[in-house]
Design a protein around this ligand. Structure first.
Ligand code: SF4
Length: 117
């Protein structure tokens, strides 16, 4: 399992973005040259613009060689905002809720599971 990576800020870059983190996979991030600000919402962004921006960010993630490392980092931290590893914050919350449910189920004794049907 991947361990959480402590963020190391590069003062030359804006904060809060995968490209800002110092770690074994960050130097390969496809978003390092993101000039369009695709990965985080500007304030008061209309829904249609957000959806369009997030899809564009996900396309960048889709060609990123470290997408899985980035995604797991964002899930483990967890990162509350932005597109990381090809997932929006809302999508990551769904994955985390599924993981928590699965962990709870794995901890339940088999007899309880059978009784619950
Ligand atoms: S997966 Fe996306 S957010 Fe993560 S490093 Fe790659 S391009 Fe950046």
């Amino acid at each position: 399992m991947l361990q959480p990576i402590e963020p190391v800020m590069d003062p030359a870059l804006p904060p809060g973005h995968p490209r800002d983190l110092g770690g074994p996979w960050h130097s390969e991030a496809a978003c390092r040259s993101d000039e369009a600000g695709l990965f985080f919402a500007p304030s008061k962004e209309p829904t249609a613009a957000r959806l369009s921006r997030e899809e564009a960010a996900k396309r960048v993630c889709g060609r990123c060689p470290v997408m899985l490392e980035c995604r797991e980092h964002a899930l483990l931290q967890p990162e509350p905002y932005g597109v990381w590893g090809g997932m929006t914050a809302a999508e990551r919350r769904v994955v985390l809720a599924r993981r928590r449910r699965r962990e709870v189920e794995l901890q339940r004794p088999a007899a309880q599971i059978a009784a619950a049907g």
